[in-house]
Design a protein around this ligand. Structure first.
Ligand code: NDP
Ligand code: 2IT
Length: 449
């Protein structure tokens, strides 16, 4: 583990103590602290004005009961969360996750990462995150709708286009956003398009928002490969997950000439040496909401389905972990390095454990951290807010151009910051410092609030 600067150590101890029992939040905070030693040495005001303590304390945390009735007439109870972490740069902005593993610590880790990610986009958005321990798998449309309506019945009083603007994340896509927007509109009697992003094109969504996270991560890694005179062209790529981020990562990697040979879900992975058939994958995952084993069953011989196991055992040149936090361990990283991986791009939030990240860095593997590489989703959400505010609707090409520009800018800001602070090629350090400085300077200008 990297040494923490001696001025930062007591602050970290206090933050960990104050947030006991939240290991993912601790992990995210520690990684940022590991990067900040060189910053506080240059700019002592960040310590003197307590900006580091302040940034670790959410502005507001909301926890609420979500009662709903299932198809059998039973009353079900879930827990809802929204952590409004930081609004120095703009309204709180960040997704909503529905997954049985959701708890306050997970939402705080995601909200904390979101602050720096959103700052890196250069757009006026603060950081927040929300969710519930509701499990949408196996639930009917009617159950999902009633759950979303109940969730929004409580949450709506805390939202607004100038206050807090949620979007999707694991388990929340355009269906859930539609049900939540419908309930918000009904409760407030306002057509406030900009209160949620990731909306369907039928009622105020942005073109290219669906594709944005995966496309953005691929643009970022393509530019990072370019620093070594490499590209996706002709490369073997493994993408974990088979949800929104994974599917549109696969689509863009293929467009850049790469071959994606494996993808996964929580039940296992498939290997298709001919390259993943994207049309079939979309039909199975986006339309039919089936398991990944169905891909192997439909393709027949030649495609392997491995139940359980680690997708990182599949040899590749580029790895794009795009499922969930801590899905790629130190052991997995060692296997990837042994198999000759040259670049890793985090499509998910914090998918690589700290041991995995240091394994890649020590081996000289190009490593793009999630808060930089997956920022294209939230950046395009901010473009959706712009379109809603100006009652306009942009073409796919115009939106994707902006996305590509933003990703290139984020890449270059991370690379230049790493260079400036004496750690060329360290995108983790570059992303943490560039993001932190933007937010901390804005907070400082606003006084002690
Ligand atoms: P989806 O719900 O669309 O897809 C998630 C995928 O990851 C599914 O294949 C799912 O499998 C798998 N998965 C989820 N949890 C686990 C788990 N505990 N173990 C193994 N596999 C798991 O979500 P997204 O694609 O939107 O999100 C993926 C990641 O990207 C998350 O980390 C999210 O925070 C991050 N992200 C998303 C953005 C967006 O715009 N959507 C933006 C930036 C980051 P199964 O279906 O079996 O559960
Ligand atoms: O993690 C993320 O950046 C997201 N889930 C997208 C957030 C957003 O507001 O678009």
């Amino acid at each position: 583990m990297t040494q923490i600067d001696e001025k930062l150590e007591p602050i970290l101890v206090e933050v960990l103590h104050r947030n006991a029992g939240e290991p993912e939040f601790h992990q995210a905070v520690r990684e940022v602290f590991e990067s900040l030693g060189r910053v506080v040495a240059k700019h002592p005001t960040y310590i003197e004005h307590a900006l580091i303590e302040r940034i670790c304390e959410p502005e507001r945390q909301i926890i609420f009961r979500v009662p709903w009735v299932d198809d059998q007439g039973n009353v079900q109870i879930n827990r809802g969360f929204r952590v409004q972490f930081n609004s120095a740069l703009g309204p709180y902005k960040g997704g909503i996750r529905f997954h049985p593993s959701v708890n306050l610590g997970i939402i705080k880790f995601l909200g904390f990462e979101q602050i720096f990610k959103n700052a890196l986009t250069g757009l006026p958005i603060g950081g927040g995150k929300g969710g519930s321990d509701f499990n949408p798998h196996g639930r009917s449309d009617g159950e999902v709708m009633r759950f979303c309506q109940s969730f929004m019945t409580e949450l709506h009083r805390h939202l607004g286009e100038y206050i807090d603007v949620p979007a999707g994340d694991i388990g929340v896509g355009k269906r859930e956003i539609g049900y939540m927007f419908g309930q918000y509109k009904r409760l407030t009697n306002r057509y406030e398009s900009g209160v949620l992003t990731g909306k369907d094109l039928a009622y105020g969504g942005s073109r290219a928002r669906r594709e944005a996270t995966g496309y953005g991560a691929t643009y970022f890694v393509e530019r990072m490969l370019g620093t070594k005179n490499e590209s996706f062209d002709g490369k073997r790529v493994v993408v974990s997950g088979s949800g929104n981020v994974a599917i549109y990562t696969i689509e863009k990697v293929i467009a850049f000439g790469g071959k994606v040979v494996a993808c996964s879900d929580s039940s296992g992975y498939v290997v298709d040496e001919n390259g993943i058939d994207l049309g079939l994958l979309k039909e199975i995952k986006e339309v039919r909401r089936e398991r990944i084993s169905e891909y192997a069953r439909r393709k027949g011989s030649g495609v392997e389905h491995v139940a359980g196991g680690s997708i990182w055992d599949v040899p590749c040149d580029v790895a794009m972990p795009s499922a969930t936090q801590n899905e790629l361990t130190g052991r997995d990283a060692r296997v990837l390095v042994k198999n000759g991986v040259i670049a890793v791009g985090e499509g998910a939030n914090m998918p690589c454990t700290p041991e995995a990240v240091s394994t890649f860095q020590k081996a000289g593997v190009l490593f793009a951290p999630g808060k930089a590489a997956n920022a294209g989703g939230v950046a395009t959400s901010a473009l959706e807010m712009q379109q809603n505010a100006s009652r306009d609707s942009w073409s796919f090409a115009r939106t994707e151009d902006r996305l590509a520009q933003i990703m290139n800018n984020i890449h270059d800001a991370c690379a230049e910051t790493a260079e400036e602070y004496g750690a060329p090629g360290n995108y983790v350090l570059g992303a943490n410092i560039a993001g932190f400085v933007r937010v901390a300077d804005a907070m400082d200008a606003l006084g002690v609030i």
